[in-house]
Design a binder for this molecule. Structure first.
Ligand code: AHG
Length: 345
């Protein structure tokens, strides 16, 4: 079979009326920006991209209060610059910036809103482990001439498109427009993304889970119960052994789930609550796009209390607990949370 390039795929999607020309162009621009991030990431120490942004007492701190890596800043700039002039966007919002960035007046404006985590898993940059970019696209509400934070506060069900790129041994783009989840692999010689898996399916059942076990003592009781049962293996109530993996780059953990199944958790815990937070991962830049991608692949995504895509956001940088992957496992963990809430209520 002849290889299908991303551009060919986007033309097919337009002909099927899954996307319009503006959205198709926007995806091309985002994909091109991600190719530039892939090049910067691959250069590693030789490109001077490792380490922290700023230095000494003047380390660069983002809106989340986290010290930024050089590659966080570079990736954010690449995405902002690539998307400013194309004419498909009303504004961009980034995990790295407090407020949305309007499209400069000198460029035409479009009807879409782009949200992104420019470099997910940035603690892995310096140790040469996979990192990635996550993005989500919304429609700018009709009649809005200056897109502001309130216009971005739409539930995940309103996403027109979502995707991520993993900068790993291969650079891989995963994309959904709400008609299945598809994977493209970057052909470095040719310089284009080529369709490598169409209509990916997450197996409903699994024997592999991903969680940061070092937080175990901080988890809520239902999470303790659920993971305790998995760890008990064949001798426990689940009657089978489970394997565990944790990359600490959500893109890589989700990509493994889309490839061989599994379930991923970043639950609420006492340490997170003590900081006055409602979760670790960001709803708009991480949870919503990944939930859309996983649901379109037949998996499930929840907070343990509700479906992620149904959450009505109240803030751009809102954080939520995330359970996603194999539908059967997301349901068992969520059921334990519902039961615990019922017993407490
Ligand atoms: P960041 O983009 O700030 O590096 O965050 C990474 C996220 C996510 O990708 C990953 O699953 C999780 O945080 C890792 O958390 P731990 O540090 O607890 O392992």
């Amino acid at each position: 079979m002849k290889p299908v390039s991303l551009i060919q795929f986007l033309i097919e999607e337009r002909r099927a009326n899954h996307i319009n020309a503006e959205l198709s162009l926007l995806i091309e621009v985002v994909a091109r920006a991600c190719k530039r991030i892939a090049v910067a990431t691959n250069k590693g120490a030789l490109g001077g991209v490792l380490g922290m942004a700023g230095d000494g007492d003047a380390l660069s701190i983002n809106v989340q209060g986290e010290a930024q890596k050089k590659l966080d800043v570079i990736s954010n700039e690449i995405l902002l610059e690539a998307n400013a002039w194309g004419g498909q966007l009303a504004a961009c919002a980034s995990e790295e910036m407090e407020d949305p960035q309007p499209i400069p007046d000198m460029y035409p404006k479009g009807n879409h809103l782009l949200l992104f985590d420019p470099l997910d898993g940035s603690s892995n940059i310096d140790v040469n482990v996979s990192v990635g970019t996550i993005f989500s696209i919304l429609r700018c509400p009709d009649g809005v001439t200056e897109a502001k934070t309130e216009h971005f506060l739409q539930p995940g069900t309103a996403q027109l498109a979502a995707g991520y790129v993993v900068y790993g041994p291969a650079t891989v783009l995963v994309l959904t427009f709400g008609h299945g989840t598809h994977e493209f692999t970057l052909d470095r010689e040719v310089g284009s993304f080529v369709l490598s898996r169409r209509a990916i399916k997450v197996p409903e059942e699994t024997a592999e889970f991903a969680i940061n076990m070092s937080n175990q003592r901080h988890w809520e009781a239902p999470m303790q119960r659920y993971i305790g049962e998995l760890l008990a293996g064949k001798d426990g109530p689940r009657g089978k052994d489970f394997n565990m993996r944790w990359v600490a780059s959500m893109v890589a953990d989700v990509h493994r789930i889309l490839t061989r199944g599994g379930v991923f958790f970043y639950p609420l815990d006492a340490k997170i609550k003590a900081k006055g937070e409602t979760g670790k991962l960001r709803l708009m830049y991480e949870a919503n796009p990944m939930a859309f991608i996983i649901e379109q692949a037949g998996g499930a995504a929840a907070t343990g209390r509700e479906r992620i895509l149904d959450i009505m956001p109240t803030a751009l940088h809102q954080r939520v607990p995330v359970f996603l992957g194999s539908a059967a496992e997301v349901e068992v963990a969520s059921r334990y949370h519902r039961q615990a809430d019922g017993a407490a209520g």
